[in-house]
Ligand binder design. Structure first.
Ligand SMILES: [Zn+2]
Length: 62
């Protein structure tokens, strides 16, 4: 099922990091354009703040 959560915000689980991935912004530091869903990030994408992979992120329910 497709839901509005598809473009939701994801948070890095690393406590001292505090980075949030916002699909409305993307990640210009790694060439990710605005509008890219978290699920569509390339496998090599890492947290721009602490360097962990996407497996270390969790969806933020709004
Ligand atoms: Zn992080």
């Amino acid at each position: 099922m497709m839901t509005d959560k598809d473009d939701g915000i994801w948070a890095c689980i690393i406590a001292y990091c505090g980075y949030f991935y916002n699909p409305k912004i993307g990640d210009p530091t790694q060439g990710i354009p605005a509008g890219t869903r978290f699920e569509d990030l390339p496998k090599e994408w890492v947290c721009p703040t602490c360097g962990v992979g996407t497996e270390c992120f969790h969806s933020v329910e709004s």
